[in-house]
Design a protein around this ligand. Structure first.
Ligand code: SF4
Length: 375
């Protein structure tokens, strides 16, 4: 059914003046910011392209040779080698989202995946230091689930237009407006917002989470398009928020029709953060993890993958026989994470994500409630 209502900062009349946030900014809405950790920094290792580096990184190049030209490898390999040595020395583990560039996702990450996979894997990590290659809300989620561990993000300015679209105060005002209606937050929200909601969800489990509440109406925030998609899959009435992902919102149904007219055999798969006219053209809609599984199982000859472009590179590195046609939208926030600042983060133990313990306890409940849902 269509969503029942859609609200934004301007619809909450008692929202304190000056709190309205611009969509699509890189502002990170979270009280505790990541801070550089004072302490002994390790010396910068040599970043020369040597025979030893070439030998040590040859198996890694095998993984990415279809997406990184040979001429670029000698420029990246020394930093990749230094990161891999240093993470062993530091007792660190690197988590990377599917939208990270192939040289990060395939060459330095210990665990890669979508938000749900990273959230779950974060709970199993034994290492004392987690380096989160993704955006700030992901690092916060890792910290929520690993309060005793040091969680580092190589660039704390890596925000998200969805997380920036709503504050904890907005959630409280929505609760006042709709008393008794449970609130589901997409994981793409700050810890401050997670602390105010009943349960979190990802794009992999959003419908299941909404239905798990056994309520006739649910407030679903902050992504209006994911809310619309969920509403189309359930009889639960959905009240949405006016947030959007600045990357997926830019895709257009007409560009997909043009791909299909050029080659009627092409397969199109899309992420549910896309607008409805895009999803209407897709052969399959799913989270990043579901999209990857779909490609592994179907092995289409030609594929249009409607999501952030690095994911198409990461899939192509694994499945070079699939030809990717890419209307390419990069996430500027994800691209703030680079090999250079991952290395710097390991050398200086910066920037550490900290969350007020009382707020973290409430936010953790919402994430754990999602993780503990039975499949
Ligand atoms: S791709 Fe969209 S949802 Fe993901 S981090 Fe970037 S802005 Fe946020």
């Amino acid at each position: 059914m269509p969503i029942t209502g859609i609200y934004g900062p301007d619809d909450l009349t008692n929202r304190p003046h000056g709190q309205a946030l611009k969509q699509g900014t890189s502002e990170v809405i979270t009280s505790p910011r990541a801070v550089p950790v004072p302490g002994p920094a390790l010396p910068m290792p040599s970043l020369e392209w040597t025979d030893d580096v070439e030998r040590a990184t040859a198996p890694l190049y095998e993984r990415v040779k279809h997406v990184i030209p040979p001429i670029e490898w000698p420029l990246m390999a020394p930093t990749i080698h230094a990161i891999n040595e240093l993470k062993r020395e530091r007792g660190a583990v690197i988590l990377a989202h599917n939208y990270q560039a192939p040289e990060i996702f395939h060459c330095v990450a210990d665990i890669g995946g979508d938000s749900l996979q990273l959230a779950v894997e974060a709970t199993k990590v034994k290492a004392g230091i987690i380096v989160q290659c993704g955006v700030h809300f992901m690092a916060e989620t890792s910290k929520l689930l690993n309060p005793e561990k040091t969680v580092l993000i190589p660039d704390s300015r890596a925000g998200c237009s969805l997380a920036a679209s709503i504050t904890g105060a907005d959630v409280r005002l929505l609760r006042e407006k709709f008393p008794g209606v449970p609130v589901v937050a997409y994981v793409n929200t700050s810890a401050e917002v997670k602390a105010e909601v009943d349960i979190c969800c990802t794009s992999s489990n959003a419908v299941q989470v909404v239905e798990s509440l056994n309520a006739p109406t649910v407030i679903f925030l902050p992504d209006r398009y994911l809310a619309t998609y969920v509403a189309s899959k359930t009889d639960v009435k959905i009240i949405a928020w006016k947030g959007a992902c600045e990357v997926h919102e830019r895709f257009k149904g007409e560009e997909l029709r043009a791909y299909r007219e050029a080659d009627p055999s092409v397969q199109i798969i899309a992420h549910p953060e896309c607008p409805p006219d895009v999803l209407a053209e897709a052969d399959f809609t799913g989270s990043t993890a579901h999209m990857i599984n779909w490609v592994r199982n179907k092995r289409p000859r030609r594929l249009v993958m409607i999501t952030e472009c690095s994911m198409a590179d990461n899939v192509r590195a694994e499945l070079p026989d699939v030809e990717m046609l890419r209307p390419c939208n990069l996430c500027p926030h994800m691209k703030r994470i680079t090999l250079a600042n991952i290395l710097q983060s390991l050398l200086t133990r910066g920037e550490e994500v900290t969350i007020d313990p009382a707020l973290a306890m409430r936010a953790r409940r919402s994430v754990e409630r999602m993780i503990n849902l039975k499949n």
